[in-house]
Design a protein around this ligand. Structure first.
Ligand code: NAD
Length: 480
């Protein structure tokens, strides 16, 4: 059962129930726990990506108008790197790790043993429609789980190609794709899963968490938020502008969860930075960005209208210093900069998730940090400064999913870093070994030797035995 049609929801719900039962049976058989199965599946997934790169690129272009190099860079390359790392490191990730045993538990040995959580549900969004579905699957497979992937209905071509390709390469007894919109996702969420991994907006994140709570299912929630950028006068503005423009407009036209949302700029460099950003936008996307094939388009009319409403708010509209042009027919909105809007206009309250960039003038670090602390904790926070004390203040005095220093977005490619939010930007993390962890339970195993026990730890608790127990209290004190 690769596809469930929405017309028949009762049948769909029954189908979903049966699907979960089938996957539970597969997990119980033990096949997904074996290293051999995991490696086979990871290699097959890698093969799928390499062999079908052209049709995958074409599918994303059909749904989102993204140019080929963007899809290769931000989706296929990330997936291939994740697969290769997992294949290389899996043995080590799976290996039980010995931990020290305290004197009162001797003689014995103790291990931490990773075990697969079981049957997982992965719900993906539309903005990087291949990688945000398949990357969590790499974690699920590495950890030895069975999984259902539910791609976003907003990118139907990608959803359909994943539903077509995955069964051709992967073990369908363990890995399935279910397509559909809200009714199907609702039917899926009603089931008892061993793990739910959701990527998308925080409103649905709350629905997912409420559904998971019914079964005490653990969740990873990869959400969004307003990712700020602080820039001071210590940096090279041209270099900074190029990195900001790339992160804001080159990957999905601002429709990326870690795209810079707004800039906080030290007052003495604001005019120069605005000029440099304008020059860089022309350098990257030409004098008329509406004809530029490098820029993607807004995903659909709903999001187009949401973004134009943000721009047309009168207190925002009067602050446009670049862009603002739009075409609903082609779902195009020009790279747009608004300068010094009040902090209570919609564009400064909600995640923008589009090509609009507000710039807010600040006196310095204190004011910038206060603005950031007044908003929900972001998924990413960027600092452009060569001053180590400034960098350090942002790292220690703010809370964010990740901090990028003198960069935007690229930290996502560093697989050693956990990728995930904090507070309203999400909970849990993945990428590299963290993906394995997200789908694993770390089980403690303590193995007591059958050698005779030390009498002192057993009843009756005579004063001699009490003294022995108390001696453990002061043991090693001088080494601490
Ligand atoms: P979306 O509309 O495609 O929704 C995501 C998933 O939720 C889809 O599979 C959809 O079927 C499901 N869904 C939608 N409404 C539902 C409902 N009422 N009940 C159950 N399921 C439902 O994608 P989106 O939410 O528009 O994605 C954009 C958001 O995702 C932004 O906020 C962005 O910051 C965030 N995001 C986060 C990350 C990350 O890694 N942290 C990555 C990408 C996007």
């Amino acid at each position: 059962m690769a596809i469930i049609e929405e017309e028949n929801l009762v049948a769909a719900a029954a189908g979903v129930e049966q699907l979960v039962r089938d996957l539970q049976r597969t997990v119980r058989s033990g096949i997904t726990k074996t290293e051999k199965w995991r490696i086979q599946q990871l290699k097959a997934l890698l093969k799928l990506i390499v062999e079908n790169q052209d049709s995958l690129v074409q599918a994303v272009f059909t749904d989102l108008g993204k140019p080929a190099h963007q899809v290769v860079f931000t989706e296929l390359l990330i997936l291939a790197t994740s697969c290769k790392l997992a294949i290389k490191e899996l043995k080590q990730w799976m290996a039980p790790k010995e931990v020290p045993v305290p004197p009162m538990a001797l003689p014995g040995i103790a291990f931490v043993v990773p075990e697969p959580l079981g049957v997982a549900l992965v719900i993906a969004p539309w903005n990087f429609p291949i990688s945000l579905g398949v990357d969590p699957l790499i974690g699920a497979i590495s950890a030895g789980c069975a999984a259902v992937l539910k791609p976003s209905e907003i990118t139907p071509t990608v959803s359909s190609i994943l539903a077509d390709l995955l069964p051709k390469y992967l073990d369908t007894d363990a890995i399935r794709v279910v397509e559909g919109g809200i009714p199907i996702t609702t039917a899926l969420l009603a089931q008892k899963w061993d793990k739910i991994f959701y990527t998308g907006n925080d409103t649905v994140g709350r629905i997912v968490m409420a559904a998971a709570a019914k079964h005490l299912t653990p969740v990873t929630l990869e959400l969004g938020g307003k990712s700020p950028v602080y820039i001071d006068d210590s940096v090279d503005l041209k270099v900074s502008a190029r990195r900001i423009c790339q992160g804001k407009w080159s990957f999905s036209d601002g429709q990326a969860c870690i795209a810079p949302d707004y800039l906080l700029v030290q007052e003495n460099i604001v005019p120069k930075l605005v000029e440099t950003l304008k020059e860089t936008i022309v350098e990257f996307f030409g004098e008329d960005p509406s004809t530029c094939a490098e820029l993607g388009r807004i995903v659909n009319a709903n999001h187009f209208r949401r973004l134009t409403r943000l721009l047309d708010d009168p207190r925002t509209a009067e602050k446009i210093v670049l862009g603002g042009e739009r075409n609903e027919q082609s779902l195009f909105i020009a790279p747009t900069i608004v300068l010094d809007v009040p902090l209570d206009v919609p564009v400064m309250l909600d995640e923008i998730f589009g090509p609009i960039l507000p710039i807010i003038t600040v006196k310095g670090v204190d004011e910038a940090i206060n603005i950031i602390l007044d908003l929900p904790k972001p998924l990413a926070l960027y600092v452009f400064s060569t001053n180590k004390a400034v960098q350090e203040r942002f790292v220690t005095e703010t809370s964010a999913g990740a901090v990028g220093i003198n960069e935007t977005v690229l930290h996502v490619a560093v697989l050693g870093l956990p990728f995930g939010g904090v507070g309203e930007s999400g909970m849990g993390a993945y990428h590299g070994k963290h993906s394995f962890d997200a789908f694993s339970h770390y089980k403690g195993v303590y193995h007591k030797s059958m050698e005779a026990d030390a009498d002192g730890t057993f009843p009756p608790y005579t004063s001699a035995r009490n003294n022995l127990l108390r001696s453990f209290l002061t043991e090693d004190l001088e080494e601490i």
